[in-house]
Structures are given as C-alpha cells and as structure tokens.
Design a protein around this ligand. Structure first.
Ligand code: CAA
Ligand code: NAD
Length: 284
C-alpha cells in the first residue's frame, strides 16, 4: 500500500482535535470534520494555541508553525474525505452512531482508503461489518491527550488484512508513537485494565471508603500515577468512562464490570468532567 499522505478525521472533540494536530505536525495533510460547527471552531482554536505554545517555547519556528496549520483543513462536507488515504473517526462512543458513520464513509472514501476508529472499546469487527471493505477497517486507538501520550493501540478486526495493519502501524510510528496490538475483545488492552480501576475508585467513593481527594492522592503518591483515578475520569469524560464500562459489561458478560451507580448518576446529572466544568471535581 502507498504511503499515507492525507487523512480525514471525523469528530473535532478532545481526541479528534489532538489526532489532527499530531498528524499535521508530522507532515500529513488533514481534513477535519465535525457535525457541530462550534466543535470545529473550538478544535481549530485549541490546535492553534497548542502550536503557538510550542513556538513560544522555542520548539517550533514560525515557519514550521504556519506549515503545520497550512496542512490542516476544516471541512463542512464529508465529501472532501474522498481525497484521504485513511479516515479515522473520533466521534461519540456509541456503536449505532459509529456504524451509521461507517456506512457513510464507505460510500465517500476512495476504494483503497483505510477506515479507522479511535473507539475505546467497541468491536472493530462489528463496525467493519457495516462496510463493504472489512479488510480495510481497523482500530487506531490514541490515548488522551494525543499530542503527549506515546502509545497507539492497534486493534485488528476479524477480517483486517495484513496490508491494512502494516500501513496503520507505519503511520502510527511516523507519528512518533509506540504501537501495541490487541485482539478485538471489549476494551482491548488499556481500557480492559484501566476502566475497572476507575470504576472501583467510584465504588470506593460511593461506599464512603474515603474522600475523593484521598482516593486520588492514594493512587498518585502510592502507585506513582500522574493523575488519581477520579481526576483521570474527569479528564477522559465521565460519559466516555460510563460508555466503556457498559461495553465491557455487555461484551465480557461478568458482573464485575457493572458500572458504579455513582458514575451513572453523575452522567445522568450532566456532570461529565472537565469538558463540562463539573464532574467528580468542580472546575468552574
Ligand atoms: N496538547 C498538547 N500538549 C499538552 C497537552 C495537550 N492537550 N496537555 C499537556 N501538554 C503538554 C504540556 O504543554 C507540557 O509540555 P512540556 O513539558 O513540554 O512543557 C506537558 O504536556 C506536561 O503538561 P503540564 O505540565 O501542563 O501538566 P502535567 O505535567 O500535569 O501533564 C498530562 C498533563 C500529560 C495530561 C499528565 O497529567 C498525564 O499523563 N495524565 C494521565 C493521562 C492518561 O492517563 N491518559 C490516558 C487516558 S486513557 C485513554 O486515553 C484511553 C481511553 O480510551 C479512555
Ligand atoms: P468528545 O465528546 O470530546 O468529541 C466527540 C465529537 O464528535 C464532538 O465534537 C461531536 O460534535 C462530534 N460528533 C458526534 N457525532 C458525530 C458525527 N456523526 N459526525 C461527526 N462528528 C460527530 O469525545 P472524545 O473524548 O474526543 O471521544 C471521541 C472518541 O474517542 C470516542 O470513541 C472515545 O471513546 C474515544 N477516546 C476517548 C478518549 C478520552 O480520553 N476522552 C481517549 C481515547 C479514545
């Protein structure tokens, strides 16, 4: 397969904007689309401020910064994805919504294009089955925040071809990331292990074991994690954490993955974490 020179990113939220930034910083042309024009405007401004910060720290020249921003195009119509060698989606963590998108992308994308998902936990095999090219569908799971985190977890669906895997791995390495490979089981590697820990932290809070501050300090200083589990849940988004727990619970069929009622209640109340200014902690 020819080298990937142009990508499409669907979803300009936390992850999509970060993925678009990383790709543009590594010489790749990027088309970025979001159904919400406000999200697209926010993505553009957060990418620009992140690049400007690197210029102010002396890590990028003004010329490099304008080249990077010049490689990034926000689009209001997905038809432009026809020019992309790979399209990655980073939209809401819902199987139905993602499947509908994959049906649309399958029609728009050129026949050689790879369709990738940044899903945290949803079956790649099932997403692939909604397209006519399951051999060209793959999980390309960036960690949050994509410009900082060094890992990409690649997930092979039942029909993902070796060629698709090799091209996606080569792209990930070109983006400066280390690759791990997972079979297609709910939550893959990272979230299979991380989310039950976060859920358990919610249970510790829910059952009054300790305060949120002590739970987080315990895990930060006691196990050298950069963030405590509740702080990290706010950072990821409590809605995203809950969707992943529900997928683990349904997919792995064990009650140990049942979401904590407190996590469910926070999401029901719109306490989605940092992105809403309120989650376990108050950021307002
Ligand atoms: N974009 C670009 N750069 C960023 C950034 C962003 N969004 N956020 C932070 N940075 C950069 C900062 O500019 C800074 O750079 P320099 O050191 O070069 O100056 C560096 O990262 C450190 O940032 P800060 O000093 O502001 O803050 P920090 O030291 O507290 O680090 C953090 C912030 C990197 C987020 C750190 O707290 C951390 O690693 N937290 C854990 C993150 C984590 O676990 N992510 C994975 C979540 S799970 C997942 O993603 C999978 C899933 O499906 C849910
Ligand atoms: P987010 O809520 O920040 O952003 C999602 C964006 O997708 C929004 O801007 C929304 O307007 C847009 N969108 C929704 N439906 C769309 C559609 N049909 N077409 C185009 N745009 C659409 O979410 P996020 O945290 O960036 O998560 C996105 C994906 O990445 C999810 O699958 C999530 O599981 C995964 N992920 C999240 C994290 C994390 O820490 N938040 C880490 C790794 C992977």
């Amino acid at each position: 397969m020819a080298e990937i020179k142009t990508i499409g990113v669907v979803g300009g939220g936390q992850m999509g904007s970060g993925i678009a930034q990383v790709a543009a910083m590594h010489g790749i042309n990027v088309y970025l689309f979001d159904t919400d024009p406000q999200a697209l405007a926010k993505a553009t401004s957060s990418i620009s401020s992140s690049i400007n910060l690197l210029v102010s720290k002396g890590r990028l020249s003004h010329e490099q910064s304008s080249d990077i921003l010049g490689r990034l195009r926000c689009i209001s119509n997905m038809e432009d994805f026809h020019f992309a060698d790979l399209i990655i989606e980073a939209i809401v963590e819902s199987e139905d919504v993602k499947k509908t998108l994959f049906v649309q992308l399958d029609k728009i994308a050129k026949s050689s294009a790879i369709l990738a998902s940044n899903t945290s936990s949803i079956s790649i095999t099932r997403l692939a089955s909604s397209t006519s090219r399951p051999q060209q569908v793959i999980g390309m799971h960036f960690m949050n925040p994509p410009p900082v985190m060094k890992l990409i977890e690649i997930v092979r669906g039942a029909d993902t071809s070796d060629e698709t895997f090799k091209a996606t791995k080569a792209l990930s390495e070109r983006l400066g990331k280390t690759v791990i490979t997972s079979q297609d089981y709910s939550g893959f590697i990272v979230n299979r292990i991380l989310m039950p820990m976060i859920n358990e932290a919610f249970f510790a809070l829910y059952t009054g074991v300790a305060t949120k501050e002590d739970i987080d300090t315990g895990m930060k200083l006691g196990t050298n994690h950069p963030m405590g589990p509740l702080e990290l849940a706010d950072f990821i988004g409590l809605d995203v954490c809950l969707s992943i727990m529900r997928i683990l619970h349904a997919g792995l069929g064990d009650n140990k993955y049942a979401p904590c009622p407190l996590l469910v209640q926070y999401v029901d109340a719109g306490r989605l974490g940092r992105k809403r200014g309120l989650g376990v902690y108050d950021y307002r």
